[in-house]
Design a protein around this ligand. Sequence first.
Ligand code: AMP
Ligand code: TRP
Length: 336
Amino acid sequence: MKRAFSGVQPSGVLHIGNYFGAIRRFTEFQDEYDCYYCIVDLHAITVYQDPEELPKAIRDTALYYLASGLDPEKVTMFAQSDVPCHAELSWMLECISTFGELSRMTQFKEKARGTESFSSGLFTYPVLMAADILLYDADVVPVGEDQKQHVELCRDIAERFNSRYGETFKIPEAIIPEYGARVKSLQDPNKKMSKSDPNPLSYISLSDSKDEIAAKVRRAVTDSGREIVYSPEDKPAIANLMTIYSLCTGLGFPEIEDEFAGKGYADFKKALIDAIIYALEPVQQKYAEYAESGMVSSILRQGAEKANQVSSQVLRRAKQSMGLSLLADPTRRKLF
Ligand code: AMP
Ligand code: TRP
């Protein structure tokens, strides 16, 4: 069976961009792939996280994995910090990645803009992500558009390692959705919807109530004119709202244009509110059921056990390739 690997940071709220761009798609792989879905808490701490809040966010992310339809019998879900191999391989890969290539990562450039007091972890973040993926011999990595550059870097690092130290890592491939890969902010369609946006009107969180969803959609920015047509260049705000409508209903853009021909933004927004509520309702309901069941800690514990077994074997392989760890390799032990 081929392997899939992906991760989501447990930092702040999860929004519909995370859901449509990543988490909902994770379920599409669970029948045909051996899936590892990680809650990447070591990535989250590249910026300050309140130690009281972080465990709650880890649990919350796991609950949304389950609520979105991931079956713990089929997939391995775990918290990154429960599997020590991630940090260990990350260091080894840091030693073969360069300052120059990490400086070119757009996510880093955006986050570090205007300051030098970012953590070193924020800079080396993509190397830890490469370690995550390579430790599971992943074939595919389902992510949103914003992570494509990081997966490409992972491929570069793996190829470099293989050519320097001998065939060790499988080269993974990013799977980006055709659309919905980049849900934009409701307040500024030039920016992606982001959990770090200080303005909560810019995103719809998976835990938002019906009233909050309605209020946020009503206050979402629109473009000039009044027609509902899909034209990302001329009408970026409407194109974004149409994308969200399409993700919620499964309708294509021509069908949406037909549905709202002759109608205005107010009618469209009303339908969009209903569509989002309808799409999120089952997720919110399942979230509540799983939260009450108290199953999440045992699911994460079992997931970590399996992840430790798989990743420790790949780490051992990588150490042998690099000439590290005498104990891992009996032929080297004889040298002494
Ligand atoms: P993060 O919240 O940064 O850990 O992202 C988790 C997953 O959600 C990654 O696969 C991202 O690519 C995806 N994602 C984050 N923001 C968006 C967005 N606005 N639109 C689509 N996908 C997103
Ligand atoms: N960097 C990703 C994000 O912010 C999360 C992530 C960490 C990830 N490790 C990963 C995604 C490995 C895919 C595979 O969205």
